[in-house]
Structure formats: C-alpha cells, structure tokens
Design a protein around this ligand. Structure first.
Ligand code: SF4
Length: 357
C-alpha cells in the first residue's frame, strides 16, 4: 500500500457524526443511553427493509409493546398482527421467543455482551454486534452492506465479496475507538447510508475523503468487488409451431406463476439440462408432419441459457384444439403477449413453413 496516504481516523468520523447524525425514533439523543429493547427491535425490523418503511411499523409496535415484558406476555397472534406487512414472519416469531427468553432467563434485562446476545433466539452476529455496541457501548463491530461499502472503498479492498468479509471486519476493529464504540458503529452506518452511497457517493462531504484510497483513484463505484455471476447450466427444449390451413397458429398462455408467467407461448416441452431431442415428438401438441429446424433458438435468462429446437408443421383446418390451447388467427398474432424467446421461435417456424411451401 502507498505509505503517503494517511490512515483514516475514528475521530474524524465521530466529529462528522456529532454534526450530522440522523434523528431516528430508536436512537438515543446525544448524551442519553440507548434502550437495548428499542435498539434490538429496530435492528430486527431493519434487516432487508429501509428506514422509511420501518418507521411507522416501529412506532406502532412500540406503542403496543412498550417494554420487553409487554412483548413477552403478548399472545403470539397479536405480535404477528403488529408485524404483518414487514414480511419474513419467522423474524416475528423469533422476536417473540427472544423477548420471552430475556424475561425468563435474564429477568427482563438484555445480556450486555455479544456472546450473551448471540445465545438468544434470532440474534445473529450482526444484530449482536449492533446491540452490544449501540446499547452497551461495547467495542463490538456490526458490519452490514453499508459498512462493507464504506470500508472496501476506504482501503480499496480488491478481494471479492463475500470473501472480503473477514478483512473488512479486521479493518473496522482496527479503527474502533475505545471511548465511543456505540457512536462509531452508528456513524459508520450513517456514512454508508447518506454519503458513501452505492451510486455517486458524495465524497466532497466525506470526513474520510483524504485517506480514502478508492476516492484517490477515482474508482469508488467499483467497490465492493463482486464475483461475476456464474451462468447456470444450459437447458434444452422443443417448441412446436403448428399453422392451420387458414393461417391460424396454435398457442397457449403460460401459468400465472413462474418464469414468463401469464405470457403467451407456442406449445413445447419442459426445459431441462438433460432434455433428449430424440424423444421430442412425445411433446408434440398435435400429431403432424413436423419439420425440425437445423438452428435452435438461443436465449439467455438470468439464471440459465436456453436452447430451443423448433419444429414446424401445417395442420388441417379440422385439427382438434388440445385442452388449454387455442388457434390465433395469423393477423392477430401480433396482439399476443409473446416474450422474445417465443417470438424468435415463432418467426423461425413460420419462415421454415414459407420456405417449404
Ligand atoms: S471518500 Fe467517497 S468513496 Fe471514500 S469513503 Fe468517503 S464517500 Fe465513500
């Protein structure tokens, strides 16, 4: 590392925090001691959800269950009802179980160490670190996505996520001030949420702009480094373009749920990595003199590439319509909600039929 770059100092971040700290309903005012119950409830609610979405739920929840004893004594239906809308209902169940454990095992007082907190239901490493630091001023670290972003940029950590996590933790521990660990944890969260944002971080306002290695190199937005997603295995399948003597084409609507849900397709097989094209005629929607196209239609979905072999045939006017399918007149095909992959299959099949006629 370039020794001319100054080391970031916790004091600079804390001075910034003293001026710009966010006012949040669960956060203690300067000089006040945070209530572990309030900190804990907010941290559980904030997992996977934004502060703006959580605030009204948090306030209603606190009005209904103002203490850990009130929460522990409540019937589980009323806890679930107060949680409804936040999703992840196992968290609400764990929250209730945790409140009961605090009341019954710890006489209503939250343990004040990370280890003690981690032994409670539903409290993982992040929440234990956050509650220990914020509510008890323990020298604990709470590394969430915001903190990962700040620290990987600050030190230009090239390791990819999630492999970089231990190094990030190490760097946060090395920065941790012994006098104000709770404020430091909240300051890091605030910096990540308001200044060191994923896109266009406001480096000009950042208390660590001098020591920040990514800012110096102009590469802020490329951190944290992420491994390129591995594409899934290619799947294969067959698609059948059946054109009736009046020009209408056989189609069907896909089930509402699942991939391309509710969209329109030409009938075909399942898509599988081990699909055997030799058996494709087992999937034909109607018996017909199918012509197999030489070139498959290729499409890349987010999780896997697809190779669809197209079969095309002309069928008589009197062809029985299979259950769940319909013939769409040629002139109305463009009104059907075909996704790209089936548009490609349809066009390839129609071209083949035109060539063969
Ligand atoms: S200087 Fe910019 S990139 Fe670096 S920590 Fe501050 S806001 Fe983030």
């Amino acid at each position: 590392m370039d020794a001319s770059v100054p080391r970031p100092r916790a004091a600079d971040l804390l001075a910034w925090y003293d001026r710009h700290r966010r006012v949040l309903p669960w956060r203690a005012l300067p000089g006040e001691r945070a209530d572990p119950y309030r900190v804990w409830v907010s941290e559980i609610m904030l997992q996977q959800t934004t502060i703006a979405a959580v605030k009204p739920y948090y306030e209603r929840f606190m009005a209904r269950f103002p203490t850990v004893e009130a929460l522990a004594a409540a019937p589980s239906e009323s806890v679930m009802q107060a949680w409804a809308g936040l999703g992840y209902y196992s968290r609400a169940r764990n929250l209730h179980a945790c409140a009961q454990a605090v009341v019954h095992r710890h006489a209503g007082r939250f343990p004040d160490s990370e280890e003690g907190l981690r032994a409670l239901p539903g409290i993982g490493a992040y929440t234990a670190g956050a509650v220990a630091a914020i509510a008890f001023d323990r020298p604990a670290v709470a590394v969430d996505g915001n903190v990962e972003r700040v620290v990987t940029r600050l030190f230009a950590i090239e390791d990819e996520m999630p492999g970089a996590k231990p190094l990030i933790r190490e760097q946060v521990l090395a920065l941790l001030p012994h006098d104000r660990p709770g404020d430091f944890a909240q300051a890091l969260m605030d910096l990540g949420a308001t200044i060191c944002t994923p896109r266009s971080p406001a480096c000009g306002l950042c208390p660590w702009r001098e020591p920040c290695r990514a800012r110096r190199a102009g590469t802020q937005e490329s951190f944290p480094r992420k491994a390129a997603k591995k594409p899934g295995r290619t799947r294969y399948g067959a698609a059948f373009v059946a054109m009736r003597a009046d020009g209408a084409v056989l189609v069907r609507t896909r089930p509402a749920r699942g991939l391309l849900g509710g969209m329109v397709e030409v009938p075909g097989s399942d898509w599988r990595a081990d699909y055997d094209l030799g058996d494709a005629l087992r999937d034909q929607p109607v018996p017909a003199p199918w012509r197999r196209l030489m070139l498959p239609v290729r499409h890349v979905f987010t999780h896997f590439p697809l190779e669809l072999t197209v079969f095309a045939a002309r069928v008589p006017l009197a062809t029985r319509v299979p259950e769940g399918m319909r013939f769409t007149p040629f002139a109305r095909l463009k009104e059907e909600a075909f996704p790209n992959v089936f548009l490609k299959a349809l066009e390839a099949g129609l071209d083949e039929l035109e060539r063969a006629s």
